[in-house]
Design a protein around this ligand. Structure first.
Ligand code: AMP
Ligand code: ZN
Length: 443
């Protein structure tokens, strides 16, 4: 069987045909770094981590390029830095470190590239200039706006018609817009802005709109035509619709992304987990309660990725029970003579990542197969004795050590040193091994 993925653009499960099977290219919208990630944010990261691992398994580790941006310029960031009374870079640096730490604890691989929006302002300006020249954008009262009426495929991804958009009045109607659906490409600075969030442009000092950031960073690292674009279901409209409009109008011959994938929401009592509703739990809160990262990872993968998943303690409890069982399973000597056939398992994953089916097959696998299946999904990566040792008080230490290893990999030495110091204050001595692992003991 070949991989098929549900494509929001075509509204059906499409067979995945790579543009270049030596270089599969995937872009996923990353975090806006103004606050510590919650479990809803984590669901999106974990889902695409599984897809990344699956693509690497199918096409080879060196044949997949995964880009996930970091949005480090945004109104929410400016507001949070102001509220905290701290410089923007202090806030974005700290939150980015938290994001890395928390996602590493959930067993997520680092993407091939993690570009920062602030390092790609020149590329954004270049696209905006093209859009102005070919009449897809206009300058009005210091803003640059995208002219939605100029793109006849606007709404194709989300299935919204321009007229409905106006009638529904879900978009802000500002005096500087020709059409209420027009969206900002460049926004002028005002006097109260922190100078570090103000950039020079042909239209005066200001900052880019959010949508243009992803158009610029995806084309910089993946070209104008790439395979997969992913993100949460909330990003389908307007964010992804606007990315398509910008990129396709700036490069009229390009198709932008072939497959648009959207993960369902993590909900709490049926409502989307979100910062604004206040119904969120951060990943670090859960880890600090002694829940192992791998338990959170498995809990976040408990339903099909495209469906909503309601978060509750039973999910955590079930994930823990399952992992205990699997770790006991891989702890047994592999006595079966016959080689376990992984094809049903791989077929399940090829079927739009049917994880519930894949997990049900793991319950019947022998030790050797279970290990292989775990590796494909980013599960069962610890030695069983480590897993069972990780219970109780020690789990918090193991999580910290994993986070430090991730920080070192990311060359975030300050963060790595901070974690070492914090552990040393708890009487934990670390010993780095030449193979990149770290042993620990109580002083
Ligand atoms: P944000 O920081 O809100 O821009 O979100 C970052 C990523 O997390 C985006 O891909 C969102 O779609 C995703 N996301 C945010 N909240 C949830 C949620 N409750 N469930 C699933 N994904 C979410
Ligand atoms: Zn994006």
């Amino acid at each position: 069987m070949t991989l098929s993925l549900y494509n929001t653009l075509t509204r059906r499960k499409d067979e995945f045909k790579p543009i270049d099977d030596k270089n599969i290219r995937m872009y996923v919208c990353g975090p806006t770094v103004y606050d510590r990630p919650h479990l809803g944010n984590a669901r999106s990261v974990v889902v695409y981590d599984v897809l990344y691992r699956l693509l690497r398994h199918i096409y080879g580790e060196d044949h997949v390029t995964y880009v996930r941006n970091i949005t480090d310029v945004d109104d929410k960031i400016n507001a949070a830095a102001k509220a905290n009374g701290e410089p923007i870079s202090a806030l974005t640096g700290r939150v980015e470190g938290w994001f890395r730490e928390d996602m590493a604890a959930l067993g997520c691989l680092l993407p091939t590239k993690e570009p920062h929006a602030t390092a790609h302002i020149a590329q954004m300006i270049e696209i905006i200039e093209k859009l102005i020249v070919n009449q897809h954008a206009y300058v009005s009262q210091g803003h640059v706006l995208f002219r939605v009426s100029s793109y006849d495929r606007y709404g194709a991804l989300s299935g919204r018609k321009l007229d409905e958009l106006v009638a529904g009045a879900r978009v802000e109607v500002e005096s500087y817009k020709e059409h209420p659906g027009d969206f900002v490409l460049w926004k002028p600075a005002d006097e109260s802005d922190d100078p570090s969030s103000v950039f020079q442009s042909p239209w005066g000092p200001g900052r880019p709109g959010w949508h243009i950031e992803c158009s610029a960073m995806s084309s910089t690292y993946l070209g104008d035509h790439f395979d997969i674009h992913g993100g949460g279901a909330d990003l389908m409209f307007p964010h992804h619709e606007n990315e398509i409009a910008q990129s396709c109008c700036a490069q009229p011959k390009s198709k932008f992304a072939n497959y648009w994938i959207h993960n369902g929401f993590l909900t709490v009592n049926g409502e989307k987990m979100s910062k604004s509703l206040g119904n969120f739990t951060t990943v670090s809160d859960k880890l600090n309660q002694g829940v192992q990262g791998e338990v959170i990872r498995l809990a976040l993968l408990s339903t099909r990725y495209s469906e909503p998943l309601d978060w509750n303690e039973k999910l955590v409890h079930d994930a823990k029970t399952t992992l205990d069982k699997w770790y006991r399973g891989i702890d047994k000597p592999d006595t079966s003579n016959q080689k376990y056939d992984l094809s049903d398992f791989l077929n399940a994953l090829d079927d739009d990542m049917n994880l519930p089916k894949a997990f049900s097959l793991m319950h019947t696998a022998d030790a050797g197969a279970l290990k292989q299946m775990g590796t494909i999904l980013g599960l069962l990566q610890q030695a069983p004795e480590q897993w069972f040792k990780g219970e109780g008080d020690d789990s918090a230490i193991v999580i910290q050590i994993d986070a430090r290893i991730a920080a070192k990999k990311a060359k975030n030495w300050a963060e790595a040193d901070k974690i070492r110091k914090a552990l040393s204050e708890q009487g934990i001595v670390l010993e780095d091994k030449p193979d990149g692992t770290t042993d620990w003991r109580r002083a």
